[in-house]
Ligand binder design. Sequence first.
Ligand code: AHM
Ligand code: MG
Length: 349
Amino acid sequence: MDHAADVYKTDLMTVTRHVLNEQSKYPESRGDFSILLSHIVLGCKFVCSAVNKAGLAKLIGLAGETNVQAIRVTGHFDLQGEEQKKLDVLSNEVFVKALISSGRTSILVSEEDEEAIFVEPSKRGRYCVVFDPLDGSSNIDCGVSIGTIFGIYIINDGGDPTLDDVLKPGKNMVAAGYCMYGSSCTFVLSTGSGVNGFTLDPSLGEFILTHPDIKIPNKGKIYSVNEGNAKNWDGPTAKYVESCKFPKDGSSPKSLRYIGSMVADVHRTLLYGGIFLYPADKKSPSGKLRVLYEVFPMSFLMEQAGGQAFTGKQRALDLIPEKIHERSPIFLGSYDDVEEIKALYAAEE
Ligand code: AHM
Ligand code: MG
């Protein structure tokens, strides 16, 4: 009997090993994707560590100060003489540098940068990465879960990269994922053949496969929406939320859970089932969430887990963005729950 295996799991499936295994199915694979992913994973580990220290820095009153202690507590941020950087700005810098230094990217689109970044020719590779380095950053100060969201496109061979290489429907993505900085640090990834979840083992500094082949339940008991916007909702959204609270078919009402941090709300929806909505309203006719690096990656993961994602007009992954920071309403989650909202919008037409 293997006593070591009784106490310790000895065959560890790290995220890198998992991706290498997946890639070995494609003989033409050159290993570029694994290299790119290992740079994304590095960025996530850095941000995880920085987010964990943010609470500490705040507690001892360092935020926004330039003093010796700030340098000690957040020393590796290279803050000497500088005002402490906001975590979202810092996270963006880390991801941009990690992605460029991978040598596998051509275009980067970040929520933090107004313009797309075109990688200089000597460092270019076949991939474009769209990302929100620290989504939900308004939640940092109260310790609520936040996350990084990313999607990956592969670039057309030949010619210089152009914005058209990223202004493509979400269904063209080759991979998407997020990392949630919560009570544990969880990395969720799809490379187009299912969804897998990995948890950071801080003692190893590695993400270990803990949630293999995630499937979202077909129907859920939770709805997740900012109901404070209800007075400005359109008819189908209002009817849908009413039916969650007062179901007409005799079923139990759904529970409401809303964190206000997309990664955390979507993560719960993926694991427990239900629906997450950020609809259009009279004040924001396109909703709030960004197509390229919020709506698409989460919709990709939902579909890969057996759920659906709908914009109120069409399948979310069919949308063709015209601008890199475009927004769209989004309804995503369990297959049957999204069917209901689709039926309400169809009835309006
Ligand atoms: P951000 O990119 O400025 O952080 O905003 C995105 C966040 C999402 O994480 C979340 O789903 C949404 O905003 C919550 O918005 P609201 O506060 O309007 O409910
Ligand atoms: Mg965001």
